[in-house]
Design a binder for this molecule. Structure first.
Ligand SMILES: C[S@@+](CC[C@H](N)C(=O)[O-])C[C@H]1O[C@@H](n2cnc3c(N)ncnc32)[C@H](O)[C@@H]1O
Length: 294
């Protein structure tokens, strides 16, 4: 049951309600400006991409136009595979493997592990995980992200299991598999019920999880909701809708407090939690943590 956001009772809550649609509209307008990026001449973050390196320039350009890519990597010949999202967003070549995946491998030795990636977007992390793990299963709530992930991975010569699954859609016909390790980056702060999600996810994980997420500071947690008789305070974050491929699936997300994230992980069976980074980003505080069962 949601008890916060009951109109304009508190001034701070009222301001929050009034500004949110304006900010959402600004965000949507910014996102209409597609970047114009060069196709050739990149010298950083080059990758050997087995089925792209061999393409003719014109075929690669066709591949880039076939799907509505929102991030890109660079092949061995310095050419762009994919596209930027909008002005200022993902306009640099993405690094594979992402530095956090290297940390995940150092912690859990992925070589004989099955890894679940939650919210795979366009498959950049899926490729990185496939380089280290025995098996990778990747899920995302948007079918277009699923398709782009499959194509991206196939071009790199990897074949992870990828399917559409909304982690908040409880009647979903698909099921989360039981895995050894979970990669959970950039998704928790897009969920409208992160509490239930964390508790349920724990059941599918044998060893541990890497979680990278925004959270809210105590003084920002002005709203509250109840799950299984316990009340959680949170900050409301307006989401940008289904068509924004980075976004959550619903109108808002709930940003939890760090103390609650720790408690929930413990409740989910992760007895050891190491917060290895706590950084301030443009949208708010963000952490990187490793949670382990032992
Ligand atoms: C901000 S992006 C992060 C992508 C990627 N993990 C990264 O760090 O670059 C959030 C991703 O989570 C997906 N997503 C959002 N809500 C989801 C949900 N309820 N279930 C599964 N995936 C979701 C989005 O479609 C998007 O691909």
């Amino acid at each position: 049951m949601e008890t916060g956001r009951e109109g304009f009772v508190k001034f701070s809550q009222g301001v929050n309600v009034l500004l949110s649609p304006v900010n959402t509209m600004k965000r949507m307008i910014a996102r209409l400006q597609r970047p114009t990026l060069p196709v050739f001449g990149y010298s950083t973050n080059k990758n050997r991409i087995v089925h792209v390196d061999s393409l003719q320039d014109q075929e690669l350009q066709q591949l880039n136009q076939l799907l509505d890519w929102n991030c890109f990597v660079v092949d061995n010949r310095g050419r762009r595979f994919g596209n930027g999202a909008w002005k200022g967003k993902r306009i640099e070549p993405q690094e594979i493997p992402d530095r956090r995946i290297v940390l995940l491998h150092e912690r859990f030795d992925l070589s004989d592990k099955h890894v679940l990636e939650v919210g795979c977007f366009e498959g950049i992390h899926t490729v990185g995980l496939s380089m280290f793990a025995q098996k990778v299963t990747a899920i995302d709530s948007r079918i277009e992200n699923v398709v782009k992930t499959i194509v991206r991975c196939a071009m790199f010569g990897y074949n992870p299991v990828v399917f559409k699954h909304d982690v908040e859609e409880h009647s979903a016909g698909t099921r989360i598999p039981d895995v050894d390790v979970i990669h959970h980056v950039g998704v928790l702060y897009h969920l409208r019920d992160p509490v239930t999600h964390l508790i349920e996810l724990g059941r599918h994980c044998r060893l541990g999880m890497m979680l990278d997420t925004h959270y809210c500071r105590d003084e920002e947690a002005r709203d509250e909701y109840e799950v299984s008789g316990k009340t959680y305070r949170y900050k409301t974050y307006r989401e940008s809708g289904y068509r924004d491929v980075f976004s959550g699936m619903y109108d808002h997300a709930k940003w939890l407090r760090l103390a609650d994230i720790r408690t929930l992980l413990s409740q989910a069976g992760f007895k050891k939690v190491d917060v290895v980074e706590d950084r301030q980003e443009r949208n708010g505080p963000r952490l990187l943590l490793f949670a382990e069962r032992r």
